[in-house]
Write a protein that binds this ligand. Structure first.
Ligand code: GRG
Length: 303
């Protein structure tokens, strides 16, 4: 990371986040078909959800992980954009009436509320598909060729990870579940894509197998911490602050960390997982300071 993002020797995370968000937004705009491209409805819907003001955490984690492994953010950018397309697809589908049935996401009406259910399903499908087209633009290495990259993305987004978590979440609604089942949901629904985000950054930097293992340990701990915090925010914040409907988990009788452990223990668990994420980064030394700052930022976030 350049000195441009430092104040008095520590990372100026606010400036870092703003600069990286803008970089990712510009690249996404280049990679996506224009809103006027035929059939315009689908491209408008894809862009509507993609440019609705998400935090761009997955792409930023991908870029920061590339830096932590001495890589260039430029080489990681197509992978960072592919991750945001997959994440946005999952949000569009999750909001559908047949899933979480939400009217509000990223501070605006959900995709299906504006474009109808059919176009929203297709916009999600198209974002998932274009993710692979965009990822194909990534710089590759003999150790991490396009096959390895595509396998990494497919497994994380597939029926044993992201979709497995969503299935367990749907099937668990209204039922009592224990801590191990809750961890399974969070590990797959949330932590898997976050882990793949940092792994892809490391792969774009031609990380050594040891570096990749270090980054994976960090991603798993950070991913779980992220979801514990998300569960806490769902019960402690307003819909306005979150940009999505607050209190939905309780209303849908979903098992969450606060409902299983209580709020105080959930906060302690988020802190413990963040410390675990920090500890995982130790072998990377100073190069990982942005990743450390990002883990702290996610722990303290309010939306
Ligand atoms: C439909 C296959 C499929 C999966 C859906 C993403 C998801 C799985 C469900 C959405 C609800 C939820 C609580 C997901 C967990 C991951 C999560 C907290 C997503 C929100 O991520 P942020 O906060 O959102 O990074 P922004 O909008 O900032 O990108």
């Amino acid at each position: 990371m350049g000195a441009a993002f430092h104040i008095r020797g520590t990372v100026d995370l606010k400036r870092y986040l703003t600069a990286r968000q803008q970089e990712v937004d510009r690249a996404l705009d280049r990679f996506l078909p224009k809103a006027s491209t035929k059939p315009a409805t689908i491209h408008k819907a894809m862009r509507y959800s993609l440019f609705a003001g998400g935090k761009r955490l997955r792409p930023i984690l991908c870029l920061a992980a590339a830096e932590a492994c001495a890589g260039l953010t430029k080489s990681a950018l197509p992978l960072a954009c592919a991750l945001e397309c997959i994440h946005t697809y999952s949000l569009i589908h999750d909001d559908l009436p047949s899933m979480d049935n939400d009217d509000f996401r990223r501070g605006r009406r959900t995709c299906h509320k504006v474009f109808g259910d059919g176009i929203a399903v297709l916009a999600g499908d198209a974002l998932l598909t274009i993710a692979f087209e965009i990822a194909a633009e990534a710089e590759t290495w003999p150790r991490y060729d396009l096959r390895a990259i595509f396998r990494e993305i497919s497994v994380a987004a597939g029926s044993r990870k992201l979709i497995a978590g969503q299935v367990a979440d749907l099937e668990g609604e209204g039922k009592p579940i224990n801590r191990a089942q809750l961890r399974y949901i969070h590990q797959n629904k949330t932590a898997a894509l976050l882990t793949t985000s940092v792994r892809l950054g490391a792969m774009s930097a031609n990380a050594t197998p040891t570096q990749l293992a270090t980054i994976s340990d960090f991603g798993q701990a950070l991913g779980l911490a992220f979801q514990v915090i998300d569960d806490i925010l769902d019960v402690t914040q307003t819909s306005e602050k979150l940009g999505k409907s607050a209190g939905k988990d309780v209303a849908a009788h979903k098992a969450t960390y606060p409902s299983v452990l209580g709020l105080e223990k959930s906060r302690a668990e988020a802190g413990r997982l963040t410390r675990q994420a920090h500890a995982a980064l130790r072998p990377l030394g100073k190069k990982a300071e942005t990743l450390r700052a990002l883990a702290n930022y996610l722990l303290e976030r309010e939306y």
